[in-house]
Write a protein that binds this ligand. Structure first.
Ligand code: ADP
Ligand code: MG
Length: 541
């Protein structure tokens, strides 16, 4: 590129000083330098019987030379070369940015093989190795904790800002930060197939996939380029032929060919769609990469483009509009059940639950000093609650809807539920062996940032914002005022959320669903565009 520019300058200088031959030599060198790449590509596409912009450029340059316009030939091909180089540079930069996401994996790992502790490169850790991770260190590979107990900061991977407790048997992700104490784990994946590596791979695949606009541009170029050729040939040849027929003779034909040939070449160069062809992939690539750097993984250009058509956004509640840091605020037994007993039973069941409500009940019981045993046959009832066997009894914890469905909502339980739910708190009911034990009220703080996010969505053209939640009506209504939502739906099961998404689409157009990706998966899939919040390996589709 730079030699090309230098020789163009040299040629221009020579021309200015009236040195015709040196000027032509300098321009010829500049052309030879810049034309190599386009010529190679043009040859390749000609062999595949295609005409592309490279062919267009090479012919335009050849024509300009034939007409003796060396300066034009050299500058046009040099500019094209610069544009190509810029595109390549943007793509390389994007690749590099994604690769650097991998840098959160440490270089070295401490492993124990045959009883000796060795410091090895993280990429040399094999599945089954015993890896020792000290406090403050990053976990080198994905593994399962075997000895010790700790809390890890998973924010580099999942964005979850609170440390997550890890006990023997729990999975630990490579790239997360060990907080409390040293532990040992067995490697379950080599560094190259860790969760982070898969994420990087996903972004790279997304970048490789072509967006509709890009496909359109390709298709466009495929028919457009030959069209320009035909037009160019017509412009160059028709007027001279007319001149010939009109009796201008061969001299008239030649004179006319020079004029119109020149005009045809101008047409070819001016009609070159390189700006259009190059702009799209570069724009998409940059968008995907800068989103990835902010922790948003977009599956591909197609999904990115679909976002522009969205007119309606549906939010899940827990973990999406609220922080998902649920805390127990109120515990009330009925029929003589003590608070401790109620908490103990609920927490024993929830000890297996991944749901924020479950985790909140367990940690509240533990801080209250209540004995928590562990339940058997745990079963999550998505959008409703959970059930398990604790000791000799079937225990069930969940929403008012669940208790109504099972006809377990006694008058006294219902009265307590109403009292608590009145305040707009999430309220779950607890039953054991068919008997009502009490209610637990839980609080979760709304995300302040959600207000600005929703305002930004409206500015971007979203006409309707809805909340779809499995929680009770009054909690939903409270959020409705807080976030100035257009519509709220409460007491929904995962399948009801799908139905809501479909109604919203029929009424307001393309729907974007934002959810936590676990029990919202069906609704995310049903929406035109799905955004899954902060779970490990989160997917957007
Ligand atoms: P959201 O739509 O707010 O994300 P979910 O669909 O996860 O809520 O849950 C809906 C309702 O189901 C909760 O408000 C709660 O009443 C009940 N529920 C779900 N899982 C549990 C659980 N593990 N323990 C108790 N209640 C639960
Ligand atoms: Mg949810």
């Amino acid at each position: 590129m730079i030699p090309g520019a230098l020789f163009i300058l040299l040629g221009a200088f020579s021309q200015w000083r009236g040195l015709a031959t040196p000027a032509i030599v300098a321009f010829a060198i500049a052309i030879a330098w810049s034309v190599r790449q386009p010529a190679k590509h043009a040859w390749k596409s000609l062999k595949a019987r295609r005409l592309d912009i490279n062919t267009l450029m090479v012919i335009a340059v050849a024509g300009a030379i034939a007409l003796g316009d060396w300066w034009e030939a050299a500058t046009v091909i040099w500019l094209f070369d610069v544009a190509e180089w810029l595109e390549g540079w943007t793509v390389r930069r994007a690749r590099f940015a994604v690769r650097s996401a991998m840098a959160i994996i440490p270089e070295r790992a401490l492993v124990r093989r045959d009883g000796t502790e060795l410091d090895v490169a993280a990429r040399d850790v094999v599945v089954g190795d015993v890896v020792i991770v000290r406090p403050g260190e990053r976990v080198p590979v994905d593994g399962r904790l075997t000895v010790g107990a700790t809390a890890v900061d998973q924010s580099p991977i999942t964005g979850e800002s609170w440390p997550v407790e890890k006990l023997p048997g729990d999975d630990v992700l490579g790239g997360t930060i060990n907080g409390m104490s040293a532990f040992e784990m067995t490697a379950t994946a080599a560094a190259s197939s860790s969760a982070v590596a898969r994420v990087v791979q996903m972004i790279e695949e997304a970048q490789a996939r072509r967006a509709p606009t890009q496909q359109f541009v390709d298709r466009f170029a495929r028919t457009y380029t030959p069209g320009v050729f035909i037009l160019g040939a017509a412009v160059a040849l028709l007027p001279p032929m007319v001149a010939l027929v009109r009796g201008g003779g061969l001299v008239g034909f030649e004179a006319s060919l020079t004029i119109w040939g020149y005009r045809a070449l101008m047409l070819l160069v001016a009609a070159c769609p390189c700006a259009l062809v190059i702009s799209t992939p570069v724009a998409i690539m940059s968008a995907l990469t800068s989103a990835a750097r902010r922790g948003v993984l977009i599956k591909g250009g197609a999904h990115l483009e679909r976002a522009s058509e969205i007119t309606c956004v549906a939010f899940d509640k827990t973990g999406t509009l609220t922080h998902g840091r649920v805390t127990v605020t109120d515990v009330k037994g009925v029929g003589g059940c003590s608070v401790d007993n109620l908490l103990g039973v609920a927490a024993s069941l929830e000890s297996r639950s991944e749901h924020p409500i479950g985790r909140a009940i367990v940690s509240h019981a533990k801080t209250a000093g209540v004995v928590v045993s562990s339940g058997d046959d745990f079963r999550a009832l998505p959008g409703l609650g959970a059930e398990a066997r604790v000791g000799d009894h079937d225990v069930i914890v969940g929403s008012h809807r669940l208790f109504e469905d099972r006809q377990m909502c006694t008058p006294s339980l219902h009265a307590e539920f109403e009292l608590m739910a009145e305040r707009g708190e999430t309220t779950v009911l607890v039953g054991r062996g068919g008997r009502a034990l009490g209610v637990i009220g839980l609080g979760d703080s709304p995300k302040i940032a959600g207000v600005t996010a929703i305002a930004a969505l409206r500015d971007a053209g979203v006409k309707w914002v809805a909340l779809l939640t499995g929680d009770q009506r009054r909690t939903a209504d409270r959020l409705r005022t807080e976030f100035r939502l257009d519509e709220v739906h409460a007491d929904l099961l995962p399948a009801d959320k799908v139905a809501c998404v479909e109604t919203l689409r029929a009424t307001y157009g393309p729907v974007l669903m934002v959810g936590d990706g676990v029990n919202d998966a069906p609704a995310l899939a049903a929406a035109d565009l799905g955004v899954a919040m902060g779970t490990s390996g989160s997917t957007s589709r």
